[in-house]
Structures are given as C-alpha cells and as structure tokens.
Ligand binder design. Structure first.
Ligand code: ADP
Ligand code: MG
Length: 537
C-alpha cells in the first residue's frame, strides 16, 4: 500500500501527467481550430469546399491515430518539417480530432431551429450577428456533452504518443514497471491517475452544463433582485393598467359594418389612404420552386397606414409571398418596392448580398411576425425584444431594455419579462414576437398567419394586440390570415390569392360578403362556417 501511494505521488509519473496534458491540450485546441474550419467548409454551401472537407474526414477518421503520429514524427522530417515528439503527437492528435469535432459543431449548429434563423434574418441580423447571438449560444449548450466525451477520448488517445517516445504517463508507467517489476502497483497507480484526469474532465463538463442550464434557479441574491424587479413591474402595471384582452376569438365585425358612424369612418379612412404614399408595391412578381410555379406576375400596391388581409387556400403561396416581400426568399422575376426602394437591389440595380439585404430590411423598416412565433429560445421575453435592438441597431442596453419593457407592457406581458419562451403560452409567445417585430419601429409589418398555430382560446389575445396596432399605430400591415371576422374588422382591403394569382381584391366588407369570383366565394363559404354572419351562399 505504501508503495502504491508512493507511486501515486512520484515526481517521475507526475511529470508524465504534465506531458499527457500537454499532448491532449495541443490535440484539443488544434482539433477545435481545424474542426471549426472543416465545419465551416461543409456548411458553406460551396460544393468543392464541402467535398474537400469530406475527403479530409474520410482519410483522418479512417486511419489509426498511431499511424498518423508516426507519420508526423518520422515521415514529415523527410519533407523538411521537423517538430519535437510532444509537438508531433499534439499535431497528429489535432488532425485526428478535427473531423470528430467538426461533426459535433455541425450537429450543434444544424440543431438550432431554422425558424429562429429566419426571424433573426427578418430582424436584419447579418450572418455573423446571427451566429454569435442566436446560433452559438444554443449550439454550445447542446454540444457540451459531446465535447466532454471527445476530451476524455483525446486524453486516453494521448497515450499513443508513447510510440513516438513522448515521455507521457503511459510510457513512464511502463518504464517504471519494467525497472521495478512491480507491475500491479505501478499500473494501478497509473490507472488511478488517468481516472483522476478523466474524472476532472467529467466534472468540468457537469459544471459547464450546470452554468449553461437555462432552467437553473439563479443564486440567492440574483433571485431576490429578480423578485424586486417583478414587484416594481407589477406596481407599474397596477398604476397604469393595460386594457384586458377579450377572452375568446370573437371579434366585433358588426361594429365595423354597422350603419352610421363606423361606415362613414371607413369611407373617410379609405379616401385618406388612397392619397397616402405607397408603402409597398409588387410589380410582376413571379416565384417558382424548381419546376413548380407558386405565383406569376403579381401586382399589388399597399398605401402607407393601410391594413391588407391576404387570404387564400392553404398552399396558395401566402407565406412564400410574404417571405419574398422582405427578401427572405428570392423570386424569379418582378420587383418589390418598399417605400419606393427596390428590395434586394442597390439604387444602381445591383443584386445585394445577404449582409446588405439585412441592412436594407432595417433601413427600409420591414418587420415580420411568423406563424410559429420563432422566438429565440435561449433568452427571456425581454431579451428577445431588447437583444436585436442592441445587436442590429446598436442601441444601449438601457434604451433597449426600456423599449422592451414598454412594449411588453403594451402587449400585457410586463410581469413575464424574464420568462423564457418555453415557459410562455402560445398566445403569450406570439405577443412577444409581435412586440419584437415592432420594437425597431418598422414602417411595414408582415404577419404570416399569426394565430394559426394557437389554441382557440389564445387567438383572441393575439388578434386584440394586432387590432390595437392597426388602430393606434397607423402601421402598414399585410396579414395572411384565416380569421375572416378579424379580417373584416381590421383590414381596409382583402386580397385573395389562389392558383398563383390575385384572383380578387377590394374593400374587406365587399370581398367577404359579396365576392365576385367563384374561387373567392367557395373559399369564404368553407372558411366562414361559424366565423362570418351573412357569408355568401
Ligand atoms: P400558404 O402559406 O399559402 O399555405 P406556402 O407559401 O407555404 O403556402 O406554400 C406554397 C407552395 O409552395 C406549397 O405548395 C408549398 O409546398 C411550396 N413550398 C413552400 N416552401 C417551399 C420550399 N422551400 N421549397 C419547395 N416548395 C415550397
Ligand atoms: Mg402559410
């Protein structure tokens, strides 16, 4: 026993540990650097880069590490490349680790919900900003267990460096055992030392997982502070209450069409809008996916402050059209003008790259709300709103937080500011998403079926928020929806998209109650069951 303890603390073995750690550290750090490059090559979308990365992976994953170490140590000097044994072992280990780490990185990045990327792009985030603030924080969380595994495996693989005479722990243990003939005690001590090292890696991994666990309760003082902030928010809300949202999806279509004041208001509003500048215009817009034509030669003008409901059967291209309007989707031919500027084009008519388009979305002021909310899953409701203001517009944290709080107040969620999206109901998530979209004060807001993914009892609260935006903010809005009563109440105009063209458009009440085209009529009849009173027979 005394001998065993003696080996455990023997300087000769401990120095071996230092070399083991050095080779492992070189291997992991180099492997991470090369892995990032390999992953980027594969994700670049460039076929030849991806093929090169795959070729590398096949070679380095398919040959034994020991051969790679011998190659680096013994063969490279013939080509004038000469490293110490430790450096050679580190380089070979890095080259071997790189494809494994690249796959971990790739799976982490690809695992981030595509909808969040779309939302980030719609908010004007260029690729780098999106990667830093949305993809990386979420990918890193999911990659930590795999990284822990890889670190343990690199630590054990470093023992192969003994074949190129690196005096690491395994080689020193073998030498010690050969000279003392005390094989059992020496290798037992060596095994324990390895266990200590790999155990430390596991502890580090657990610690990192704990620190990055989004559901972890914050420490005492932080919890106290959060409670204080909640009390202050509650007090502010009590002092300045937000009008309650209706309990159901029922809207007051009757109010809008009621004879008298509302109708006159509508006529006055229509006249006012007709003379307002054009906020959004499509000219001859056509889009196909492969051979499949989604829509052709669409023309549409939306005036500043106008609310347009986009109706159409499922699959008619409403979402595709909305994505084209802010250039989340490229189209085949035609032009989209936002505020008189050609979307996706420079003033000189040159097609813009993705970063320039991101900037253009912000400059022209086009916001978007998605059917599935697409909130950034790793940050609170407040940060979903404040984050993009800082990352894209360069607002200070104070300004951004104040704007986020103001908007959360307006959508009735001031007391849920610190909640993660997954701790909010669907209706609450969509209200946060709307607040996020209007935070940079866009001129045009595109809403893609904002209530279709909600349980029926939550539809009303979201429609109420949109209704208030339309009446109080004077925002130009294009809303794809199946809520006919809502469309009738809120929209100035209804546009019906079917079979790849705008079949019919006109004042909401007219199109919904007296459609002139058979396709519109059939669609409204089917959709209106239980929604509209007096729908066409
Ligand atoms: P809507 O929103 O009106 O239901 P979409 O715009 O989502 O319709 O889709 C219109 C058509 O385009 C559908 O047939 C759909 O399958 C197809 N589509 C949508 N997105 C893609 C895509 N990325 N690739 C290929 N086809 C697509
Ligand atoms: Mg759709």
């Amino acid at each position: 026993m005394a001998l065993f303890l003696h080996y455990l603390s023997l300087g000769y073995l401990l120095h071996g540990i230092a070399l083991t750690l050095a080779v492992t550290a070189y291997g992991l750090a180099g492997g991470l650097g090369a892995g990032v490059v390999l992953a980027a090559m594969q994700l670049s979308g460039q076929k030849w880069l991806a093929a090169l990365a795959r070729g590398y992976t096949v070679v380095f994953r398919g040959t034994p590490l020991i051969l790679q170490m011998v190659f680096v140590y013994d063969a490279l000097p013939h080509f004038g490349i000469r490293w110490s044994a430790v450096a050679s072992a580190g380089v070979a280990l890095a080259a071997n680790e790189a494809p494994f780490i690249a796959e971990i990185l790739r799976s982490g990045i690809l695992g981030v919900d595509r909808g969040q990327l779309l939302a980030g792009r719609a908010l004007g985030m260029p690729g780098g900003v999106l990667m830093r603030h949305v993809v990386a924080p979420q990918a890193i969380r999911t990659m930590i267990p795999a990284f822990g595994n890889e670190a343990v495996s690199a630590l054990k693989n470093s023992s192969l460096a003994s074949f190129i005479s690196v005096q690491e722990l395994t080689l020193r243990s073998t030498q010690l055992a050969s000279s003392t003939f005390d094989f059992f005690s020496v290798f037992f001590a060596s095994g324990l030392l390895y266990l200590f090292l790999t155990g430390s890696v596991s502890l580090l991994q657990l610690g990192a997982e704990r620190v990055l666990d989004l559901d972890r309760q914050p420490a005492g003082p932080v919890r106290g502070l959060a409670r204080c902030l909640r009390v202050v928010a509650w007090w502010r809300r009590a002092r300045d209450p937000v009008p309650p949202a209706p309990a159901s999806g029922a809207t007051t279509a009757e109010d809008a069409s009621r004879p008298g004041g509302a109708v006159i208001d509508r006529q006055q509003r229509a006249q006012r809008l007709a003379s307002a500048p054009v906020a959004l215009e499509l000219r001859g817009l056509s889009k196909s996916y492969g051979e499949r034509r989604i829509f052709s030669e669409l023309d549409l003008r939306v005036h500043s402050g106008e609310v347009v409901a986009l109706l159409g059967p499922s699959g008619s291209g409403k979402s595709t059209l909305l994505r084209c309007l802010n250039r989340l989707e490229v189209w085949d031919s035609g032009t989209v003008f936002i505020g008189g500027h050609r979307m996706g084009m420079s003033p000189g008519g040159v097609v813009l790259g993705s970063s320039a388009v991101a900037r253009q979305r912000v400059e022209l002021g086009v916001g978007m709300v998605f059917q599935h909310f697409n909130l950034f899953a790793h940050v609170s409701a407040r940060e979903n709103i404040a984050g993009p203001l800082r990352w894209v517009l360069g607002w200070s944290a104070r300004e951004a937080d104040a704007r986020a709080q103001e908007l959360l107040d307006r959508v009735g969620l001031a007391d849920r500011a610190e909640a993660l999206p997954r701790h909010l109901s669907g209706g609450q998530q969509q209200r946060v998403a709307i607040a996020r979209a209007i935070a940079p004060r866009p001129r045009v807001l595109l809403l893609d079926e904002p209530t279709s993914a909600l349980d029926p009892e939550m539809v009303g609260e979201v429609l109420e928020v949109i209704r208030r935006l339309a009446s109080e903010e004077g925002l130009t809005m294009l809303i794809s929806t199946h809520q006919l009563r809502f469309a009738e109440e809120v929209a100035d105009r209804v546009v019906f998209l079917a079979q790849g063209r705008i079949v019919e458009e006109g004042p909401a009440h007219t199109v919904l109650h007296a459609p002139s085209h058979a396709l519109t009529s059939r669609f409204i009849r089917v959709m209106a069951a239980g929604q509209l009173s007096g729908a066409p027979a």
